[in-house]
Design a protein around this ligand. Structure first.
Ligand SMILES: *Cc1c(COP(=O)(O)O)cnc(C)c1O
Length: 290
C-alpha cells in the first residue's frame, strides 16, 4: 500500500513576557515539518484519500482549487511521490507566467485543467464530474480544500497521537476539516479553538458540527480573519516577522499567522485562565515562503 514519507515533528515551547504575565503556557506542534512538500494538515487530510487512489484501478486523483491553493500544491506533490496521475481542476482562466503554486504543480506532473468561474461553481454536480470522466477517464475525486470523511479520519488519527495533557488545542480554519478532526481526536474534557481565516462565517459552524454531532467542547472564532481569505494587514505581517525573530518559528499570513495573532490577542484579553496550557498546531503552508 502506498504511503507518503513522514518525519516525526517536535513540540516547541514559546516563551514570551506576555504569556508569563498571563500565567499561560503556549506550545507549538511543528507539524509543518512533517514532509518537505505535503506538509502540515495536508499530509493527514490526504492520507486516506491517497490510500483510496492506490486501491483504484485508475490510480488517478482529480481535485479542485484556486490558483493559490495549498491543497493543489500538496496533491500534486503527493501524487508524484506515489506514482499516481493527478489532475487539477483550476478555477478561472490560465494566466501566464504561472504563479509558483501552479508552476510547481505542473512540474510535479499534474495536468492543469482550467474552468470558468461559472462552471467551477457546478463542480459538485454529477454531470460536471461525468464530463470530466469522459475527458480524462476514471479517477478518484477529492473535493476542493480536501475536506471529506477520509480527511477528517486522517486528522483525527493525528490528533490522537498528540500529547493529551494540554487544556486547549488551537488550529486555523479554512474549510473546517482539520478542526473537525482535532475535535474528534482529543478527549472531550479538552477545549478546542478554531480561528477562521474567512470573512463571514458562511456555513462553517454547521459544516464542522456535522462531523462532531455530540461534542460541545469547541469554539469557532471569527474575529481574526484580518480582512478575509489571503488578505493581511501591516500589523499582521509585523506580528509574523517579530514572531520569527523572537521565537524562530516561521508563520505565513493565510493561516498560521492569523491563528497565532489570535492566540496572542486572546491571552492579552485574559481569555485563558491562569495556569492554562495551550497547544497550537502549526498546520504548514510554508512551501516557498521560508
Ligand atoms: C489548508 C490549510 C488549512 C485549513 O485547513 P481546513 O481543513 O480546510 O480548515 C490550515 N492551515 C494551512 C497551513 C493550510 O494549508
Amino acid at each position: 500500500m502506498a504511503t507518503l514519507s513522514y518525519r516525526p515533528t517536535p513540540v516547541h515551547e514559546i516563551r514570551d513576557p506576555l504569556l508569563a504575565t498571563a500565567g499561560v503556557q503556549l506550545f507549538v506542534k511543528r507539524e509543518d515539518l512533517n514532509h518537505p512538500l505535503v506538509s502540515g494538515n495536508k499530509w493527514w487530510k490526504l492520507k486516506y484519500n491517497l490510500e483510496n487512489v492506490s486501491q483504484h484501478l485508475s490510480r488517478t486523483v482529480l481535485t479542485f482549487g484556486g490558483a493559490y491553493s495549498n491543497h493543489i500544491f500538496a496533491v500534486a506533490a503527493a501524487a508524484r511521490e506515489l506514482g499516481f496521475t493527478s489532475i487539477g481542476v483550476i478555477r478561472g482562466e490560465e494566466t501566464l507566467p504561472l504563479n509558483t503554486t501552479l508552476q510547481f504543480a505542473r512540474e510535479q506532473g499534474m495536468h492543469l485543467h482550467y474552468v470558468s468561474r461559472d462552471d467551477y461553481r457546478k463542480k459538485e454536480d454529477y454531470g460536471f464530474l461525468e464530463a470530466l470522466a469522459k475527458q480524462f477517464g476514471s479517477f478518484v475525486a477529492v473535493p476542493e480544500g480536501g475536506t471529506n470523511i477520509e480527511a477528517v479520519r486522517g486528522v483525527t488519527e493525528f490528533a490522537e497521537t498528540l500529547d493529551q495533557s494540554f487544556n486547549y488545542y488551537c488550529c486555523p480554519v479554512g474549510t473546517g476539516g482539520t478542526l473537525a478532526g482535532i475535535i474528534r481526536g482529543v478527549p472531550d474534557t479538552k477545549k478546542v479553538i478554531g480561528f477562521s481565516v474567512l470573512k463571514g462565517e458562511g456555513s462553517l459552524q454547521h459544516d464542522i458540527s456535522q462531523w462532531n454531532l455530540h461534542r460541545q467542547n469547541w469554539q469557532l472564532l471569527t474575529d481574526y480573519h484580518f480582512g478575509g481569505y489571503a488578505k493581511s494587514t501591516p500589523a499582521l505581517l509585523q506580528f509574523i516577522e517579530a514572531f520569527k525573530t523572537q521565537h524562530g518559528v516561521p508563520l505565513e499570513f493565510v493561516y498560521t499567522g492569523k491563528m497565532m495573532a489570535g492566540i496572542f490577542d486572546l491571552v492579552k484579553k485574559g481569555f485563558f485562565e491562569r495556569g492554562s496550557t495551550l497547544l497550537a498546531l502549526h498546520t504548514g503552508g510554508l512551501q516557498g515562503k521560508y
